[in-house]
Design a protein around this ligand. Structure first.
Ligand code: SAM
Ligand code: SF4
Ligand code: SF4
Length: 367
């Protein structure tokens, strides 16, 4: 495979102003795309900035001192984010995840959380409101987030090995401070806490079992994520991916695992429970087992662009619509039309291409 790499944080420049359809049915939570996939999840990036420089996400070679992050005026305000979130909820979104960049760098994030927590799904239930963070600032904010109505927290931690973790975050950030953040979230009442570990072959795959061992029985759920071709380096190679099946095999050799049922259709992580009943892990096989067929996620970038796929090259500029004075009805119509026209299945296509390439390689070597 060629090294095609897509930015995960939102410095994607291209965008189009969405079309507002003349026929605008009232949103009823039943919106589906061209492949029948409902709109159920919205990831909102609240900042494009980060205090880490994870080598697989915001490498220093790109995000150096004079990198141009978005100026304040280009960020969606909390009111604008809440307005868009409300329209998405009317269209069927039940789960909102705040992310970034590092979301805790956005000032007064608890105020936004409180505003979003007051929203309801299309059938009148509270939204599932969650946050992904590198946990570096979590010990200061966990209590305030809980009080504001945040329901769940996911923390990222790529290794328990000090040298490996400091090299991966590339700002010399210590493991102990991330663990303090996770503890603070636990003390504030968040449970279960999910812990994301991106696995890169030859970098931190030797730490997989130690990570599972450390959190087994803690109530936290470690989720091992296959290294993806997002980020701003051009360094992604299939050879850097440790397949989830291999991760499960490694952990299970020491601490036997049994496959568990998904919590709901379309759950991204595959669940594996410890045979002795002491909890579970998850694996996210974005590369080796694409889950586009059940993908119900939309993404809102920090500057208000709507992306219908993690790998989409261009977004639709909802901020432009909003700031030109469009009504809720017009905005909802535009969002509905974008989702109705969605065709994305990037990972599926990549997986198929990888399998084809492997077959060709095998035929060359007589396999
Ligand atoms: N800064 C926060 C954090 O690190 O948790 C939130 C934003 S970060 C972009 C969201 C998640 O994406 C993190 O768990 C991170 O590890 C994961 N991620 C970033 N780059 C990735 C890549 N190339 N492959 C797989 N996961 C990646
Ligand atoms: Fe990317 Fe999150 Fe790492 Fe920041 S902490 S560089 S946003 S993965
Ligand atoms: Fe969804 Fe597939 Fe796009 Fe990933 S690649 S965001 S699973 S459609």
């Amino acid at each position: 495979m060629t090294a095609k790499v897509i930015p995960l944080i939102d410095q994607r420049a291209a965008s189009r102003v969405p079309v507002i359809p003349t026929h605008r049915p009232v949103p009823g939570g039943t919106l589906a795309d061209t492949r029948g996939r409902r709109l159920r999840d919205l990831r909102i990036s609240v900042t494009d900035r980060c205090n880490f420089r994870c080598t697989y996400c915001m490498p220093k070679s790109v995000f150096e001192r004079d990198y141009r992050f978005l100026p304040r005026t280009e960020l969606l305000s909390f009111e604008e984010i809440t307005r868009i979130a409300r329209l998405f909820a009317a269209h069927g979104v039940e789960k909102i995840r705040l992310t970034g960049g590092e979301p805790l760098l956005r000032k007064n994030l608890e105020v936004l959380i409180e505003m979003l927590a007051a929203l309801k799904t299309h059938n009148g239930k509270p939204l599932d409101l969650t946050l992904t963070t590198n946990a570096s600032l979590l010990s200061k904010k966990a209590q305030a987030f809980k009080a504001a109505g945040l329901q769940r927290v996911t923390a990222s931690l790529d290794s328990l090995d000090e040298a490996v973790f400091r090299a991966m975050n590339d700002v010399d950030f210590p493991v102990a401070d991330v663990l303090k953040g996770i503890d603070a979230a636990h003390d504030a009442g968040f449970a279960p806490i999910k812990i994301n570990m991106v696995v890169k072959k030859g970098v931190n795959d030797q730490d997989i079992v130690a990570m599972a061992r450390r959190f087994k029985g803690s109530g936290h759920i470690v989720r091992f994520i296959e290294f993806m071709d997002v980020g701003s380096t051009n360094g992604w190679r299939m050879n850097d991916v440790v397949p989830s099946a291999e991760i499960v095999r490694m952990i299970s050799a020491e601490m036997p695992l049994i496959e568990a049922e998904p919590n709901y259709t379309g759950e991204v992580a595959e669940r594996w429970a410890y045979a002795d009943g002491s909890g579970e892990i998850g694996v996210i096989s974005s590369v080796t087992q694409a889950f586009c067929a059940t993908c119900t996620r939309a993404r809102l970038s920090t500057d208000g662009k709507l992306y219908t796929c993690l790998f989409a090259q261009s977004g639709r500029d909802l901020r432009a619509l909003m700031r030109s004075g469009k009504s809720d009805e017009q905005m909802a119509g535009a969002i509905g039309l974008i989702w109705n026209q969605r065709e994305d299945r990037y990972s599926e296509i990549r997986t198929a291409a990888t399998v084809r390439t492997k077959k060709i390689e095998m035929s060359y070597i007589g396999g």
